[in-house]
Design a protein around this ligand. Structure first.
Ligand SMILES: Cc1cc2nc3c(=O)[nH]c(=O)nc-3n(C[C@H](O)[C@H](O)[C@H](O)COP(=O)(O)O)c2cc1C
Ligand code: SF4
Length: 434
């Protein structure tokens, strides 16, 4: 991994996933320090003070989520690390699972201590092979070393950690769908309230956090909230692992400090666009975030406030850079095919809306669209907004409305001329193809 500034301070080596390597970097010293000198509520207070925001997409304050759970209320509590990583364009948790699984495990030990959890889970995307093998091997090593499954450092704190493999459903990355799946049922998202921190896995108070979110915990507790806040901006402290794909010269996973200039990231760190092409559009944080144009990014810095102002969001950090020559109508077709396929079918606006939108965009691309189709796509998107059980209905709408708002002329041209304004071209060499 290269990047602007490394806060996880985790250079990759051929053995960085092993216990021996992790211990040589001072690994598992922070959980020792926690058990020796901190009460569970002290840990939560430190994490709250750090201002750490969730990295799974919604940027929810981590300390505020944990604080709902009273660690010593006599009830069983659970922690689930979300390693489903299903958002198209996102592949940063995979980096942690492959190269730093013990950082996640130590962070889960600390988090479990803070929330009074004794049985924790990692829900990992079913398609992940190497990340799963590396994680499971690290968990096995931790059990063998007595770090899991038995009381630690002369205390009565002991944690079990189970790795649960998903079966490839996008909605199982949604926190409540994930819990339903672990319970052995169809991974249907659940209505809220009650919040998962009140009634989650097996009806018990449960924290679900993203893998990257959790992986920040060891560093925050080791060095303190004040040190953490020295990186990033006041409203977005720390860094984000950004996975960038598409038409950039150097795609990959980068650790980017919040507040970093976005054009510098794209044109210097990522080597600019392939073949010197112009940046036409940037999907900033997985396909569920609103698209930006190449011109939009000029004044932006990589942080929540800057992206909010631009009408988009950082999402899950999964960027897709799109070069001139790419047809945005066909791009939306690929996205709507995905959402239609992944809708779990519980909510009428999502189940019917996704199918309807998919059929409309297919019709446009087949040269059979009518001018009213464009506004119909927007209307269906708006009808989904806030009317569904989980965020997928909203997300598909944001993606659609975002692309149409910025590239409406391409939709009008396609319908009027029965062909793409870009000659249907997605031929730019790179990783994004329809
Ligand atoms: C359809 C859908 C899919 C999601 N997929 C993921 C995912 O793969 N990984 C993830 O961490 N969060 C995903 N989320 C967000 C989770 O519901 C939840 O907000 C997150 O895991 C909480 O962790 P955080 O607070 O650390 O960000 C998804 C949400 C939705 C609506
Ligand atoms: S919004 Fe879609 S994916 Fe989410 S619960 Fe409803 S039907 Fe399922």
């Amino acid at each position: 991994m290269t990047g602007a500034k490394l806060i996880m301070n985790f250079p990759v080596t051929a053995t960085s996933h092993t216990l021996a390597d992790y211990r040589a970097r001072g690994g598992y010293k922070t959980i020792e320090k926690v058990l020796a000198s901190m009460r569970p509520e002290d840990v939560t207070r430190e994490v709250t003070a750090s201002g750490l925001l969730g990295h799974g997409g919604a940027a929810f304050p981590v300390g505020r989520k944990w604080a709902v759970i009273k660690p010593n209320d006599g009830q069983p509590h659970h922690l689930c690390a979300n390693a489903d990583e299903g958002e198209p364009g996102t592949f940063k948790d995979r980096w942690i699972l492959e190269h730093a699984p013990h950082l996640l495990i130590e962070s889960m030990l600390i988090t479990s201590y803070a929330i009074g959890c004794r049985h924790s889970f990692v829900y990992i995307r079913g398609e992940f092979d190497l990340p799963y093998r590396r994680l499971q091997a690290a968990v096995d090593e931790a059990y063998e070393a007595g770090l899991l499954g038995q009381p630690l450092a002369g205390t009565d704190f002991a944690l079990d950690l189970f790795v649960y493999r998903g079966a490839g459903s996008y909605v199982c990355g949604e926190a409540s769908g994930l819990l339903t799946s672990i319970e052995g049922k169809k991974g249907y998202p659940r209505n809220r309230p009650p919040r998962l921190t009140v009634r989650g896995l097996y009806q018990r108070p449960t924290v679900v956090n993203n893998v990257e979110t959790l992986s920040n915990i060891t560093g925050i507790v080791a060095h303190g909230a004040e040190a953490f806040k020295k990186t990033g901006t006041a409203k977005s402290p720390g860094t984000q692992l950004v996975s960038i794909s598409g038409h950039v010269v150097k795609p990959g996973v980068y650790e980017v400090e919040y507040g970093y200039p976005l054009p510098k990231f794209i044109y210097e760190d990522c080597g600019g666009m392939l073949g010197g092409r112009k940046l036409k559009a940037l999907i900033p944080g997985g396909i569920s975030t609103k698209v930006l144009t190449g011109e939009d990014i000029a004044p932006l810095t990589y942080d929540h406030a800057s992206f909010d102002q631009a009408g988009s969001s950082l999402g899950s950090g999964g960027m897709i850079a799109i070069a001139d020559g790419t047809c945005m109508v066909r791009l939306l077709q690929v996205m709507l095919r995905f959402y239609h396929h992944e809708s779990c079918g519980q909510c009428t606006p999502c189940r019917e809306g996704m199918g309807w939108m998919h059929r409309i965009i297919d019709r446009i691309v087949a040269g059979q669209g009518v001018p009213q189709d464009i506004d119909r796509l927007v209307e269906i998107s708006n009808a989904n907004d806030g009317t569904t059980i989980c965020g997928m209905g909203d997300a598909a709408g944001y993606a659609t409305v975002g692309i149409i708002a910025k590239f409406r002329d391409e939709f009008e041209y396609f319908i009027a001329n029965k062909r793409s304004k870009c000659n249907g071209a997605l031929e730019v060499e790179g990783t994004w193809h329809a």
